[in-house]
Each structure stands twice: as structure tokens, then as C-alpha cells.
Design a protein around this ligand. Structure first.
Ligand SMILES: CC(C)(COP(=O)(O)OP(=O)(O)OC[C@H]1O[C@@H](n2cnc3c(N)ncnc32)[C@H](O)[C@@H]1OP(=O)(O)O)[C@@H](O)C(=O)NCCC(=O)NCCS
Length: 246
């Protein structure tokens, strides 16, 4: 059974992708945001969903800080128990590189191809754009730090493995780097209970509730920020803390 001492965190590789997809699908099966976005469950197409996640994971492997957790003492040493994908900080004024532009374009083209072949697989397109709009608004309000934020974009642990320290070990891989660099981190949690308490143990604090409202059917997301901790923290003491503005 997994325990913190035998948990290994490594960068995702191609052979981890099927396990990562399983972990994401299982951990998000009853997630409020997922249930809101895929409103019509009769149309939910798990094959299409796996392909979509595969495209996203391969993009993340090249463009994000993307880690998997495994248990070195388990019989199935290669089984993916949890996944964390972070977007690196973008300091203010950073222009998109040609590589990033090309990668973004390839991601978009693959998704369009997938939609043409498989359809939307139950994804509610109107809700997707409501969420995107709210996310852009929240980030432009909260992301005031010119150094940018490490953005925890995906974080899951397999349901049977939760509560054993795996999520914390996954998060630490990047939070320790953020601390060394004196940078902030950010996430949007789709649950208040228990996730906000869990993320608080990792150093995050709540800054804003994001209400994605589709004619009264509301999906709530909880934006949280993490200040750098340790030595670099002192250097930033004079700076305003997010969530303290009007
Ligand atoms: C959120 C999630 C990634 C956390 O990973 P995890 O491995 O379960 O968390 P950990 O075991 O590392 O717990 C981290 C801390 O939270 C605490 N914690 C764990 N579960 C908790 C709960 N249900 N209530 C309160 N605290 C909890 C732990 O005690 C630990 O604190 P400590 O180090 O001070 O003892 C995982 O539970 C998950 O995948 N949930 C479902 C999918 C999801 O909601 N993902 C996030 C979307 S935003």
C-alpha cells in the first residue's frame, strides 16, 4: 500500500500517459466542475474523453511541468497513482515564443480534428466558454505579480490512494522550486470541501470565488494563491498580498 516514504515523483513519460488518463478520469468522475461541464451524461463518450486527455497530456509533457506519482514498494511499481500538471510562470511583458505559438496551434488543430471525428462527446460548449470567460476575468484580477505564477492546472490522486500524502508530495515538487525562486503559485479548485483545507496544508490560501453561471445552474470554483515561503519570503514582505484588495 502506498505510503509517503515509498512515493516517487517523476516527470511524466509517454508510457505513463494511459495511467495518467485513468487517474484523471477516475478522480474527476464525480467532480462538480466535470458534472457541470458534461451536463448531459447520456452523451458522455469516454473514448473521446481519453483521446482528448491524451492530446492534452502530450502537449503538457512538452510545455508544462508535469509529474506523476508512483509507489516504489508496490507490486505494480509503474502504476500512476497521481498526476500534477503546472503551467510555468509568465512574467509580465513576456512574449510568446515561436515554439509556444506552434505548440498552441498544434494543440488547437488536434482538438479540432478530434471534434470533427468524435463530436463533442457530451461537452457542453456554451458552458465551456462561460468557464473560459470567468477564468480569464479571475486571472486578470488576481495575477498582479509581475513575476508570474506557477499555475496548478491538473491535480489528481486515484480515489483509492487519496489521503496518504501523495497529493502533497506531488505539489511539493513545484512549490519547493517556487519557494527557491520567490514566486507565487495559483490554482482553481472545483470543490470547497475538502479541497480548500487540503490545499491550505500545501500553503495556499483562498482569494476569490468564481461563479460560472449558466442560466442559474452555477458551477463554483475557488481560486487560491500560495505565497513563496522560506528565505525569499522576507524579500517580498513589502509587496501586497492577493485577496487583500477591495
Ligand atoms: C485533492 C487531491 C489531489 C489531494 O491529494 P491527496 O493525496 O488526497 O492529499 P494528501 O494525502 O497529500 O493530503 C494533503 C493534506 O491534506 C489533508 N487532507 C487530506 N484529505 C483531507 C480531507 N478529506 N479533509 C481534510 N484534510 C485532508 C492531509 O491530512 C494532508 O495534511 P497534513 O500533511 O497536514 O497531514 C486528491 O484528494 C484528489 O485527487 N481529489 C479528487 C480530485 C480533485 O478534486 N482534484 C483537484 C481538483 S481542483
Amino acid at each position: 500500500m502506498a505510503g509517503p516514504s515509498s512515493i516517487c515523483i517523476s516527470q511524466i513519460t509517454e508510457s505513463d500517459i494511459p495511467g495518467a488518463i485513468t487517474a484523471i478520469q477516475q478522480a474527476f468522475a464525480d467532480d462538480p466542475y466535470n458534472l457541470w461541464l458534461y451536463k448531459d451524461r447520456s452523451k458522455l463518450d469516454l473514448t473521446r474523453n481519453s483521446i482528448s486527455l491524451g492530446i492534452r497530456c502530450r502537449w503538457g509533457m512538452r510545455n508544462a511541468l508535469f509529474y506523476v506519482a508512483k509507489d516504489s514498494s508496490a507490486e505494480e511499481k509503474d502504476k500512476v497513482l497521481g498526476v500534477a500538471m503546472w503551467m510555468p510562470p509568465k512574467p509580465t511583458g513576456t512574449k510568446e515564443s515561436w515554439d509556444e505559438w506552434l505548440e498552441g496551434w498544434k494543440l488547437w488543430a488536434k482538438q479540432v480534428g478530434m471534434n470533427l471525428w468524435y463530436g463533442r462527446g457530451g461537452l457542453n460548449v456554451k458552458r465551456y466558454w462561460i468557464w473560459k470567460q470567468k477564468q480569464a476575468e479571475a486571472q486578470s484580477e488576481i495575477w498582479t505579480d509581475p513575476h508570474g505564477y506557477y499555475f496548478l492546472n491538473i491535480m489528481v490522486v486515484l480515489p483509492g490512494e487519496q489521503g496518504k500524502g501523495i497529493g502533497k508530495a506531488l505539489a511539493r515538487e513545484v512549490t519547493k522550486r517556487a519557494d527557491e525562486e520567490g514566486k507565487r503559485c495559483y490554482l482553481e479548485s472545483s470543490r470547497d470541501v475538502p479541497n480548500m483545507k487540503i490545499y491550505e496544508t500545501m500553503g495556499f490560501h483562498f482569494v476569490k470565488q468564481m461563479d460560472c453561471d449558466d442560466d442559474g445552474d452555477i458551477c463554483r470554483l475557488y481560486c487560491m494563491v500560495r505565497e513563496p515561503q522560506g528565505e525569499r519570503q522576507g524579500e517580498r514582505q513589502g509587496e501586497p498580498r492577493e485577496g487583500t484588495r477591495a
